[in-house]
Design a protein around this ligand. Structure first.
Ligand code: UT7
Length: 330
């Protein structure tokens, strides 16, 4: 028995922040951002719209595609580093907003690898018979924790949500479809290279943490870049090896969208033409845990991903964390 992805959904705020807009905020240029990152624009949520409000339409779209109701769900897992509150979890807020039953609902924090981690959790729950239908969401409002004084990082991030509904493949038209392999890893010794220092128990919110901008993303970009390149290649190769899918049989790569140069590098290492790579970084920027489900939903809804296709999703992020999931499309 496999865990199949029964439906996908996504949602992004309407407001667009272009590179030209950023030229007015920090010392940067459209040309630098395009050539160094591949980003052209990103979406930005308003102050009255928390992450759960982006997650809600994404989740409803995924449920619709799956042909299920919120009351059919057995668990909700939300991957995010920008929850509405530290607690209660965004997953619990979503459980209420969706009108789901009183099911297990919790958030998972694994940075930009968050969506891969929650897929692995849902896969295990469904295979163990603990849950039949699970809603996995990746949602972020990174622009709310962006340091707008740091030109090296503020040009990168955007807001958005992506969701999938998972269930047992035996209940579908294609028992062979579903998650073929998963791979996850972490290395906490490098956590300081990508971190939000303020607001936790190590550095509770204070006048000092606010004055020193410690509630925003701190990133040593070029160091993170080197680790991202290496770890994403490792995760991609491990995932493929465990799945038994050969490079020739791989139809789609959906990498975490952090930098087009990382994506290009990965595609070259896998000897995969860019036509087989789903890229959304130009229009959404880096949306952390929501980048993979956003890209997945784009490619499913525009018909690129078809029944029987082998899809490799691979991510790297804060922690450090990295991992991959190989899935045969329903
Ligand atoms: O999503 C989780 C994982 N995150 C990632 O994987 C992000 C990985 N890192 C990156 O994508 C890249 O490191 C960045 C896009 C963040 C930065 O690109 P880079 O090529 O590594 O640039 P750099 O930090 O080495 O800086 C090169 C130059 C510096 O100038 P000097 O010292 O050479 O004169 C920076 O000051 O580029 C300058 N620079 C900028 N110039 C114009 C940095 N940011 C900007 C900017 N506009 N926005």
């Amino acid at each position: 028995m496999r865990t199949a992805i029964l439906g996908t959904g996504s949602f992004t705020p309407k407001k667009v922040l272009t590179n030209l807009d950023l030229e007015k905020i920090v010392d940067t240029t459209d040309e630098w951002i395009r050539t160094r990152t591949g980003i052209v624009e990103r979406r930005i949520s308003d102050e009255n719209t928390p992450s759960s409000e982006l997650a809600l339409p994404a989740a409803r779209n995924a449920l619709d595609m799956a042909g299920l109701k919120a009351t059919d769900l057995d668990a909700i897992i939300v991957a995010t580093v920008t929850p509405d509150y530290v607690f209660p979890s965004t997953a619990c807020l979503l459980q209420h907003k969706l009108g789901a039953n009183k099911i297990m609902a919790y958030d998972s924090s694994a940075g930009c690898t968050g969506f891969i981690y929650v897929l692995v959790q849902a896969d295990a729950m469904i295979k163990a018979g603990m849950a039949k239908y699970v809603l996995d969401v990746g949602v972020e409002e990174l622009t709310k924790i962006t340091n707008w004084d740091d030109r090296a990082s503020c040009v990168l991030f955007g807001d958005g949500a992506g969701a999938v509904v998972l269930g047992p493949s035996v209940e579908t038209k294609n028992e062979d479809a579903g998650i073929l392999a998963t791979y996850t890893a972490s290395d906490g010794s490098l956590g300081d290279l990508l971190i939000q220092y303020g607001g936790g128990s190590a550095m509770p919110a204070s006048h000092k943490t606010v004055d020193e901008n410690l509630h925003t993303i701190y990133m040593v970009g070029n160091e993170v870049f080197k680790h991202a390149v290496r770890s994403m290649e490792e995760a991609a190769l491990k995932g493929l090896e465990l799945s038994g899918v050969s490079m020739d049989d791989l139809d789609w790569l959906i990498p975490h969208q952090a930098n087009i140069r990382i994506i290009d590098f990965l595609a070259r290492r896998l000897k995969l033409p860019m036509e087989k790579v789903v890229v959304t970084i130009d229009k959404y920027g880096n949306t952390s845990a929501s980048s993979i489900p956003l890209a997945l939903d784009d490619a499913v809804r525009d018909g690129r991903i078809k029944s029987g296709d082998n899809v490799l999703m691979v991510a790297f992020g804060a922690g450090f964390t990295w991992g991959s999931v190989v899935v045969r499309w329903l």
